[in-house]
Design a protein around this ligand. Sequence first.
Ligand code: OGA
Ligand code: NI
Length: 374
Amino acid sequence: MAGPEAGGSLAVPNVQQLASSSKDVPIRYIRPELELDQVSNDENSQIPVIDMSKLGGGLDDDDDSESAKLHSACKNWGFFQVINHGVAEELIRKMKVDVQEFFNQPLQEKMVCAQLPNDIEGYGQAFVVSEEQKLDWGDMLFILTRPVDGRRMKFWPRIPSSFRETMDQYSTELEKLASSLLSSMAKNLGLDLEKLLTLFKQGMQGMRINYYPPCELATKVIGLAPHSDGTGLTLLTQVNEVQGLQIRRDGKWIPIHPIPGAFIVNVGDIIEIMSNGEYKSIEHRAVVNPAKERLSIAAFHSPNFNAMIEPLPDLLVKDHEKHAPNYKSVSHQDYLQLGARSKIDRESRIHQMKIQPPSGAVKIEGPPSMVEKS
Ligand code: OGA
Ligand code: NI
């Protein structure tokens, strides 16, 4: 894949370096519009928590009420946390230590893994496509971890020396967890489990390790601008105790409080499309702490390259009734290219996939004064 067109990024300053060398925040990071955002302070409004020990991976021993809770989480929230997920605590701990050690190195050591022009993998920043674009207050290391034979080891840190081995194990375990969740989702959607798993077999997995330096003007910058994940299913872990993930709900931003040891899971655009919109890919963002650095590891899971990205045909004939597809049907390759043309607006990949209702039949929400005249 090449060019910002394919998701590669223009070179921009290293934010960790910037934050450590001066207290001034360059204008390209300042976002006056953030002031208008409403952040919810309702402590009771938190994403559902799913106990994986009660789910049997879509098999008959799934506990009915836990299954129902998962189904509702995917439909009504698009985000949830999983506990008792079976990924060894020690492995997660090692992954966090290795990630922290990578970012603690001097810049020139990290630059060994630097993004190359027109490439999405490596150490740098994502989604910078123009010189005028506002920038996120964060750096990241992105590597494609699956399929295994597609790994490009030059982007995998050698320091700390345990990094590659730990990441390999972490990748394997998260893939298992993602498959188990997908199986339970398939059952909930009334889908043939094997069919869905086949789409994700030899699937793509990418790891995005985010580093958000502290910023004195924390409320005026954003660590990761609002977006929905273009992939299938994301499993996120927060590396230290500093919180910052927020999700959009009812026009407000809800801060997520991670449960120690849990993974935060979210439905990505591809699952929304495959479920024909029954499951929701929700917009989210990461805010910055004024005094402390924050790190997170997002593991993205997508179908294999041969899979079509489309509402699953079996869902369109559910209960002996035909349902109209709400999204287009494209090859995985073409789907990835859609991001290309969307340029700055990362959201528009899924917008391009949406089949618009014919004009004249547009559902009108809100008072008529809010409806745009055309
Ligand atoms: C992402 C993401 C959130 C976070 O990497 O796509 O949404 O808390 N990260 O870092
Ligand atoms: Ni995300």
